[in-house]
Design a protein around this ligand. Structure first.
Ligand code: NAP
Length: 307
């Protein structure tokens, strides 16, 4: 039996609760892990509210929050390759186990070993933000020297996209509110404060010939304001707003497999990807951790340290 934090039905934060859950049995293709650190993502509250579905593995309520974690393998189900009991691992809880919990099951094809030298805290932030950033850069395929606009640069995915872009030799301009300036500039981003400047005008001044790529984390009206700044609409990639296709852009194509996780770990070991972890909460403080992300203005990554 272990403590978990989740929700008893779809709704707002009021449906969240702590409960004790029997240790999950790892099914076919799953590993049971003792969770060390869980990453917190906007997807967690979207799943709770019922706005997104299909990632719960068909599990009954109460469901446990959280999609990514790092921990230690305690047991393997059938058909698990490349992971052994005792391994330190990180990955996705794609079969509905949730990760805001002392124990959970991860889907083995979407889980990788943590390489020597990488902390569990950093590893726990890589599955969602790290691999999304890799996918964005792969999809854009921009040459060194190209100019990219990162709209929403201060959050988990935005800073990872900025770091990989800088690592790839791109010129990076990023948008965010005032508190994000220090994080963005530390990465080498030319920052536009959307609370103080007209973003489209400032961006146009910095890239008069338009942007070779635009990566959008914000969506809605903000996406619509920046999308026309791209030299080719196809090179507008959104990670959260699927209506980007109405503008001629593309939604990020995700690869959540072990190979991509291993790639993210290598980039983190090399220092190209350096997750900015701005808050570490104990499991008992999970409500505050998710509330901080749910308010829509997170800096970097928020994690829950379970053990
Ligand atoms: N498709 C996928 O697989 C995938 C994977 C990961 C994430 N996502 C989605 O991508 C989005 C971003 O994820 P995330 O983890 O980076 O979220 P996050 O950590 O919450 O960051 C979002 C950032 O956007 C900034 N922001 C909000 N309004 C803005 C505006 N008008 N202009 C510029 N910046 C603004 C926020 O702070 P400030 O306003 O204070 O600057 C915050 O730093 C979410 O919708 C998430 O669900 C999708």
């Amino acid at each position: 039996m272990g403590q978990a934090w989740g929700f008893s039905r779809h709704g707002g934060p009021e449906v969240q609760e702590f409960f004790d859950r029997p240790d999950p049995e790892p099914g076919r293709g799953e590993v049971l892990i003792r969770v060390d650190v869980a990453g917190v993502n906007p997807l967690d509250h979207l799943l709770r509210s019922g706005l997104v579905d299909g990632l719960d593995g068909g599990r009954p309520f109460p469901r446990v929050l959280g999609m990514e974690a790092a921990g230690t393998v305690l047991a393997r189900g059938e058909d698990v390759n490349g992971l052994e009991v005792g391994d330190a691992v990180f990955g996705f809880a794609l079969t509905g186990g949730g990760t805001y919990a002392e124990m959970t099951v991860l889907s083995a094809p979407n889980t990788a070993r943590i390489p020597e030298g990488l902390s569990a805290t950093v590893a726990a932030t890589l599955p969602v933000a790290g691999t999304t950033a890799i996918d964005v850069l792969d999809q854009l395929g921009l040459p060194t020297g190209a100019t990219v606009l990162v709209n929403g640069v201060g959050g988990g995915v935005g800073l990872a996209v900025a770091q990989l872009s800088v690592g790839h030799g791109l010129r990076v301009i990023g948008t965010g509110s005032t508190a994000k300036r220090k994080h963005a500039e530390a990465v080498g981003v030319r920052f536009i404060d959307y609370t103080a400047e007209d973003v489209a005008a400032a961006a146009r001044e910095l890239a008069p010939d338009g942007f070779d790529g635009i990566v959008d984390m914000v969506g809605g009206a903000s996406l619509r304001r920046v999308a026309p700044l791209a030299r080719h609409p196809r090179n507008v990639i959104a990670v959260g707003d699927m209506s980007v296709s109405d503008l001629g852009g593309r939604f990020v194509e995700r690869r959540v497999d072990r190979e991509n996780l291993e790639r993210s770990a290598r980039l983190a070991l090399d220092g190209v990807l350096a997750p900015v972890i701005t808050a570490v909460h104990p499991l008992s403080d999970a409500p505050a951790a998710l509330a901080a992300v749910e308010n829509g203005h997170t800096s970097g990554k928020v994690v829950i340290k379970v053990t």
